[in-house]
Design a protein around this ligand. Sequence first.
Ligand code: GLU
Length: 317
Amino acid sequence: MTLIHTPTDISLVKRQPIGRFAPSPTGELHLGSLTTALASFCHIKSLGGIWRLRIEDTDTDRCAQQFSEQIMIDLEALGLHWDGDVIYQSERIDIYNDYLSSLLRPLTYGCQCSRKSLAHYWSQQDNQDSYKQRAEHQRYPRCCVDAKLNLYTHKLRLQLPNHLIGFIDSIQGLQWQNPQQTLGDMVVRRQDGMINYILAASIDDGLQHISHVMRGLDILPLTAAQISIMHASKLPSIDHWYHLPLICHTNGQKLSKQNLAQPIDTRKPSALLALALQLLQQPNVDMDTPARMLQQAIAQWDNTPLQGKQALNSPQL
Ligand code: GLU
């Protein structure tokens, strides 16, 4: 079966554009995450919309309050003021669990496979299989799908649809993804109760009535899974997707916390904004206060130079 995703009835009613920035506070903002924040802010404001801030801190092993605070200090210093209250996902675990035990329940099952047992399983398959088949085997082989294990004392998996889902990404173009083929039955709640972040993001994007999602290209492979989770949860769908090219070092390596990208320094906020706008290939803005620079950037915001690009290189990195 092939499905082209179109917004649900609810979202066809004209609504105020709502965008969001949803950082995981596993470190401070770097130039890559700053450009995502800046682009989503300028874009949604250029549409007369609302910009929300959501702290995606369900991963308690890696997230820290000090990083959330620093992210907010940096955004404020740059004039990137969010609308309404900040949402912390760590305070919303009951909401995600409610969805898992109600609307999503028919799609879930308990799983007792350990990493070790799965590694063993895959090593048994290796001999006969080509590289491509091996890569496919990295998907969970569904050993526990019919085992009827207790849902609350085991990790919980969600059965993602096994058909193509199409959606338009207004930067990357038309996308087709089969979430079952690429992600398999993904773990949505760990045995210790930790909620998977794409599950939490899907539910919150729906509950916050987000209409425009602009985020990094690294999350594009999860988008059809998000569409199907939102659909199964009967939440209003996203009208417009935009996956931004990643900011890369000149050697092509993505700027990320994993490869120790430098935290941004907001002591010279105007220079930083000018650099980020230049990286985003926007027309020049006059050097001024952050507020005035942002006003100008919003007025001349243009996604066109980003279209079809997967990476943006900066000679300064
Ligand atoms: N929390 C994710 C990150 O910091 C972003 C998720 C999203 O924008 O949907 O990479």
